[in-house]
Design a protein around this ligand. Sequence first.
Ligand code: ADP
Ligand code: ZN
Ligand code: ZN
Length: 764
Amino acid sequence: MTGRYVRVALDHPLDALYDYRYTLDTCAPEPGMLVRVPFGRRDVVGLICEVNAHSDVPAGKLRDVSAICAACPPLSAQWLALAGFAADYYQRGLGEVALPALPQALRDPSRWARLLAPEERYRLLPAGRAALPDALPARAQALRRLAQALADAGELDAAQARALHPKAIATLEAWCEAGWAEHECIEFGATGRATGSNAANTAQSETRDPREAQVAVEVPRLSDEQAGAVEAIGAAHGFAPFLLHGVTGSGKTEVYLRALAALLAREPDAQALVLVPEINLTPQFEAAFRTRFATALDDEAIDTLHSGLAEGERARHWLAAHTGRARIVLGTRLAVLASLPRLAMLVVDEEHDPAYKQQEGLRYSARDLAVWRAKQLGVPVVLGSATPSLESWWQAEQGRYTRLTLSRRAIADAALPTVRLVDLEEERRRGRASFEGLSGPLVAAMKARLERGEQSLVFLNRRGYAPVLSCDACGWVAGCPRCSAYVVLHKPERALRCHHCGWESRIPHSCPECGNVDIAPMGRGTQRIEEALASAVPGARVLRIDADSTRRKGSAQALFSDVHAGDVDILVGTQMIAKGHDFQRVSLVGVLNADNALFSHDFRASERLFAQLMQVSGRAGRAGLPGEVLVQTRYPRHALYHALARQDYVGFANAQLAERRDAHLPPFVYQALLRAEGRTLEAALAYLAQAADALAALPVAQRVTVYDAVPLTIVKVMNVHRAQLLVESQSRAALQATLRAWQPALRALRGVLRWNLEVDPLDI
Ligand code: ADP
Ligand code: ZN
Ligand code: ZN
């Protein structure tokens, strides 16, 4: 075993690999294996990238690998290449990409043994729930605690149980004998079952009944367009990017399901990755997938990966993908970095959604990485959307992506909704006042829906009660002491809250400046509209869904179920309600306050607004009820609203692309942003100015343009001042080379708290 060296990636901002001596006799080291190594005074986890016979590091300086994770199969060369690409492209070190991509439990060597061993678990059965803990002697307190823990969590693993009671295992076995509990042994790499804590995942538990597998699943007859799309995907050879452009409700999911079914039938070992933009959409998808594949795949073969999973679950699900047991992995953006050794197809649903862009740490685009993975592996990737991103649309226009179009709704009598603009100026001129921001036509339309037992949905992208609290007498406005921003009034919580840093205070009774008691909320958020709806539409059951009403785990799911069950007449909410949901009884959508986004300084604002309004409009009339969308606006002649009224994505996209081309904006140029955060704005700007000088001195920088450093719109957050510098080029390669060469200078410069470099930024 002498003369063996491993080169290891560590989660460390320097883009270097570190050599260690390998003397363990646990197993032979291989690239892709995890090790524990000393680094400075700590022990850290590293990923082996190379195994060498020699090392250039002097023997006296080399340290030894202290442990290796032998039970976990090594990450493949392809996965290492993916991490390597992401690191290069997003200007990070390999270890900074690779290690955070692994589940937390795998990055903790003390948990390796337990994580990778078969797991013994005890699950409480209904008989046990009824009998325990009353059947236990009152004095047996430790046993009662065990019973209580089992009842609370629904299940316990052996280690948890032992920690509660020394004889826990014998006791639990006795309870199994009595029919109160059941014992299961989950092998390494198995997904395991839903635990008590995520019982809200009803989709998963519903399909557990073995009888259900016998029932033939009802599979709809494909429309001609759907059939054409499925056929094209199935006929693809090698790398084949598809842009599935299907209007809302056109049955894109059905296309994914059929394409996946064909793949799994053709290649018995193949794996597929399906990405959705939002965690709240995973249960709906998971249910559809489990039902459809109930006979073809066993329960474990469908796997989910998202940030809502508990750590242990996440690790088990990740391992199921890594070992190939999971055949279809359904997840949010982080799943794009999952290890999938037999990956043969990728799907990105709602590919335009900004949620695919990670906004901190490694600022990657999951959609772009999905396309890269497909290219690397030579497999198809399907990007689906009713409103594709202009980047993807442009690829299709150039013929690089194959466009598949679904132009009609899938359900026979479901038509696209009609869009009507409510001119707020006109309403006012005619003396028809709105009530608390709700126009007469919108209120009348909601009342009509209520009478017919149909549902309405009111969309506005602002949570809280009112965005501003101010004093008419002296002009005081409630601001955050730590940020350059107003604080938002939250009425049910009786608080003023900063949406940027979380600062909170009580609502003052009078103006802190002049003592005036008539301080008034200005503007409207979802809470205020919720309140207004209750009096504007008497008798309606109003439900609000936004980040505030869904803070607790599982509550979003519960609220959405109420809507699906018909327990709600009017649903009001932010973009959370706009996406993907297949509401069956919604026949009216009202849009409030959309005008703000028309005049944003961000060149992507109109693309985003249009996509959002098309999405939210798409919630209406999905199941045969004629759908109507009312948009309240002061600018009824705006081109964006006209395109919306015609449901004309293509016209809108082409007009936008023409504008972007004239203005030299993406996708016609490539951009990167350097952001700096300092104690003062001057410090942040000075850092950026020096960085710009350093860049100008680089020989590779000839083909990039550097703009002046500017403060961010919200310049101060948490007492930190922020500024940014935009760098762009017509050539992606030139931009990449420049950014790489720039890094040493950026690291050497001082004077700021933090800086980061974002490639392909979405918010400028
Ligand atoms: P999208 O994702 O394109 O907005 P969905 O996939 O949610 O649309 O499909 C909308 C509805 O149409 C769903 O209720 C789905 O079950 C139904 N559907 C899809 N394809 C068909 C078909 N070929 N025939 C009948 N109904 C279909
Ligand atoms: Zn005042
Ligand atoms: Zn703040």
